[in-house]
Ligand binder design. Structure first.
Ligand SMILES: CC(C)(COP(=O)(O)OP(=O)(O)OC[C@H]1O[C@@H](n2cnc3c(N)ncnc32)[C@H](O)[C@@H]1OP(=O)(O)O)[C@@H](O)C(=O)NCCC(=O)NCCS
Length: 314
């Protein structure tokens, strides 16, 4: 027996985290879920429901979100059920309830995602009209075994050609430096294959990065040609797990193929090691040949990932 109700802060966070973590490769903390339930970014349209059992414990969760930067009529939607409660119609009930929300907001396109190693979830989505879009997966580099000696020359070669690697902390983490980093991020983000949204405004970037709990100025690495910033490599630490995540790496077009991204990634590895990190992960996209090649060169090992999905509502 189960029923659906709105997700409630203060009671549902651990249950939602547990449902989501059966799907997520990077565990979501209870605090993160609390942020989801208590804080909506300006302009966001969101739906969050849970399925509960007769003890009112969360056994399923559905979320749908339209951010201000999403194309008009496009919503992200996801539903998950605790493994022990699958096969009882909970996912179908959450999905059809969410469809009412989507209909109410005139959704024309719905995006979602499924694990690439979960045939049941893929079949669930495909029966509901979702089609595979891209294959995204994570790959990891074991920093306990990583040998940087083959690349000893890279940073020196960069320096010889006038490119220096710094972190935002070297510039005092000032408002001007933050904006300058945002600009490199925005320019290179636009070149990520499959990138279709307009990109974050400075205010949105501020909220997602500089004001986030994980932000550290020394983890925002950048490549500078004199006063011009031409590359970025942002790292997020998970100190409890001794892991780190490479959020974004980008080099502006006219500076590519000069091993600047390689130098940035090596600097990020050095930074992570200095913080006691044992494993560094990153997202990979089947469409991003240059980044896949760079990660392969460094020895990243691919892990199970996800297919992004898309459905058009007529
Ligand atoms: C991916 C990206 C950061 C690479 O930057 P870069 O400075 O040109 O890369 P490097 O010169 O350091 O290349 C290092 C290695 O990566 C691989 N590589 C980089 N670009 C490549 C390309 N276009 N084709 C094939 N391999 C490539 C090669 O193995 C290269 O080693 P090599 O020089 O010995 O051949 C850059 O293309 C970019 O900014 N793309 C847009 C942003 C993006 O998609 N970022 C990833 C998602 S977060």
């Amino acid at each position: 027996m189960f029923h659906l109700r709105p997700a409630l802060p203060a009671t549902d966070e651990p249950g939602i985290a547990s449902v989501v973590n059966a799907f997520e490769q990077n565990p979501v903390s209870v605090e993160t879920v609390r942020e989801w339930l208590t804080h909506d970014a300006p302009g966001r349209i969101s739906y969050r429901r849970v399925a509960v059992n007769k003890e009112d414990a969360v056994v399923g969760y559905a979320v749908s979100v339209h951010e201000t930067w999403d194309p008009e009529g496009q919503f992200y939607a996801w539903a998950g059920v605790a493994p022990a409660w699958r096969g009882r119609g909970i996912g179908a009930a959450l999905y059809s309830d969410m469809c009412e929300f989507l209909k109410h907001h005139n959704a024309g396109t719905v995006t979602s995602e499924v694990r690439d190693d979960c045939a049941v979830s893929q079949a669930f989505a495909s029966r509901r009209g979702f089609e595979h879009d891209r294959h995204l997966f994570q790959s990891s580099l074991n920093l306990e075994h990583f040998d940087d000696s083959p690349y000893a020359q890279t940073i020196e070669d960069n320096a010889a050609s006038g490119i220096r690697i710094h972190s935002l902390a070297d510039f005092g983490d000032t408002p001007e430096a933050r904006r300058k980093l945002y600009e490199v991020n925005a320019i290179t983000d636009r070149d990520v294959p499959g990138w279709s949204r307009p990109g974050l405004s400075f205010e949105e970037f501020n909220e997602w990065v500089y004001e986030s709990g994980w932000y550290r100025p020394d983890g925002q690495l950048l490549a500078a040609d004199g006063d011009r910033w031409v590359g970025i490599c942002a790292v997020r630490l998970y100190p409890e797990a001794r892991q780190a995540f490479n959020v974004h790496t980008g080099v502006i077009r006219t500076y590519r193929r000069r091993r600047i991204a390689l130098a940035l990634k090596l600097a990020a590895i050095r930074y992570d090691r200095g913080k006691g990190v044992r494993s560094l992960s990153t997202h990979n996209d089947s469409m991003n040949g240059p980044m896949l090649a760079l990660n392969r060169k460094l020895g990243y090992v691919p892990e199970p990932g996800r297919y992004t999905l898309r459905k058009t509502i007529k």
